[in-house]
Design a protein around this ligand. Structure first.
Ligand code: GLU
Length: 504
């Protein structure tokens, strides 16, 4: 399709990147890669009051963790740079001036206090104040003032803003790649501020100028920007620039299916909403992250891809490359996408089941080291292959397999009460004798011998196997008992049974 696809992810560095932001970045990335295009990262930091110093690095680290790196952006391939709007500051003024000259924008000198008064007065009548065609000629601006008066104010250094002169009485038709044609009456729009006398552009002006200068072909962003679309379309027209194509992604909804998933929901509802854990610079407050909670990046990305997009088939598991080839803006839905923490866990579980035992073991080895446990890679791999089918996260491994690395120090009281009977010590002593006589300690040798002995004694399997499990594991959990015995070895097996007899 379109040649030379260039898309951008344009976050404002006001805090950690919400998973909705990661989804926006992902869809931009997928679209770019699908069309052999370029994925640009632009940092929209014009609002200095909301600027957070560590946020930009957080954004970059998040994209990297998700394996969706940008092609152009701060510090990388800067042919359309700089990519931080604060470093492009000088550039915007001339574009504000261009619109002023064209009569598409005007100076407004109304003070914040004056505007507040107007707002308050209308509010009393139950109305809202809009600065636009219906009152602009009565307000304090270059449309109502004489040329000389305006020049005098500017010369005196009076504070001003530049407002867009929204065309009056027009049915504006816009196209969205996901939503189709959208029509709006321009009389309902307000004359948005584009530029301020402190030399700073607002989001709208900077965003349009940069998308133009960076030759962005498709603007793919969240639905919350849809209300800005008319202004953006009108700005392109005012500048006589070709507008990019627009696509507004559906909201991500809370697990209940209503209301936008917010940054606060994670803490409230008990799941991460951020890709990486984040420490607030001022309060020291730490928010959880998918990475630190033990999710695989590719499982997280796979889950995000299906929030608002579907492949048109039943397929749910996709590698990044499969996502790139399947992705299509036509299959992005208009309605909000419900986020499910359970489904997210399911994705992780699927990825864990499909992961190579060797890779999982490397992750587990780190956890074991933190606990001061050193075992051979070979041993850890065997453990992982025995317990992984019950795990959703690598961090589950310890609870599933601690007994492979240390003898139980405690016994599950409930299980002990139920399974450890008066006759059990005698049975266990008998079992020890049998075990002592076995030389080849592999499961397929020990299993038939022990089973034959149980059959011979006519006591029932549970009477032996459950106390045996309790002795070796400390609880009634874990994989096949004879595999456990093989792994921990003959000596440890017998010792653990003796310890159970002495303790229980
Ligand atoms: N800076 C805006 C944001 O924080 C960018 C919106 C857009 O993509 O146009 O989301």
């Amino acid at each position: 399709m379109t040649d030379n696809v260039r898309v951008r992810f344009a976050p404002s560095p006001t805090g950690p990147l919400h998973m909705g932001g990661v989804r926006t970045a992902l869809f931009n990335y997928l679209f770019a890669k699908k069309h052999n295009g370029t994925f640009v990262l632009r940092i929209e930091d014009t609002d200095q009051t909301r600027y957070v110093a560590n946020a930009e690095q957080y954004i970059i680290d998040s994209l990297e963790w998700c394996n969706i790196p940008f092609d152009e952006g701060p510090g990388k391939n800067e042919k359309f740079g700089p990519y931080r709007q604060s470093e492009r500051k000088e550039l915007y003024k001339k574009y504000a001036e261009e619109l002023l000259e064209k009569g598409q924008a005007y100076y407004a000198f109304d003070t914040p206090e004056e505007l507040q008064q107007l707002r308050d007065a209308l509010e009393k009548e139950g109305k809202t104040f809009i600065y636009n065609w219906h009152n602009r000629e009565q307000l304090n601006n270059s449309l109502s003032l004489s040329k000389e008066a305006v020049a005098a104010k500017l010369a005196a250094g009076e504070k001003y803003v530049v407002r867009f002169k929204t065309p009056q009485g027009e049915r504006l038709e816009m196209n969205d790649e996901i939503r189709g044609t959208i029509t709006i009456d321009t009389n309902t729009l307000d004359d948005k501020v584009l530029f301020k006398s402190d030399g700073m552009p607002t989001y709208h002006l900077a965003n349009i100028v940069d998308d133009h200068l960076m030759e962005i072909s498709h603007v793919i962003r969240g639905e919350e920007w849809l209300p800005s679309l008319p202004l953006h379309v009108l700005l392109y027209r005012a500048f006589e620039w070709e507008a990019p194509k627009f696509a507004h992604l559906p909201l991500i909804l809370k697990p209940v299916g209503k209301g936008k998933l917010s940054k606060r929901d994670g803490d409230k509802l008990g799941f991460p909403v951020f890709p990486l854990a984040y420490t607030n610079e001022n309060s020291g407050e730490v928010s959880r992250g998918y990475r630190e909670d033990g999710y695989f990046a590719d499982a997280f990305v796979n889950m995000l891809a299906l929030l608002g997009w579907n492949p048109g088939t039943e397929q749910e598991l996709f590698t990044l490359n499969e996502l790139i080839s399947a992705f299509d803006l036509n299959r992005v839905s208009k309605s909000g996408a419900k986020f499910s923490p359970d489904k997210t866990k399911w994705f992780n579980q699927q990825y864990l089941q499909n992961a190579a035992v060797k890779d999982l073991s490397e992750g587990y080895e780190t956890i074991l080291k933190e606990r001061g446990i050193a075992e051979s890679a070979d041993y850890i791999q065997k453990v992982v292959s025995l317990v992984k089918e019950r795990a959703t996260f690598i961090t589950d491994f310890w609870d599933l397999s601690d007994f492979f690395f240390q003898a139980p120090t405690e016994f599950d009281a409930k299980a002990a009460k139920k399974q450890w009977k008066e006759t059990t010590p005698e049975l266990m002593n008998g079992l020890i004798e049998v075990l002592e006589g076995i030389d080849d300690w592999t499961a397929n040798v020990t299993e038939p011998i022990v089973k034959a002995w149980i059959t011979e004694r006519e006591v029932g399997f549970g009477k032996v196997m459950q106390p045996l499990r309790l002795s070796l594991v400390g609880a009634l959990k874990g994989p096949h008992l004879f595999d456990i015995m093989e792994m921990i070895g003959k000596e440890a097996t017998i010792q653990r049974i003796k310890h159970a007899i002495a303790t229980l």
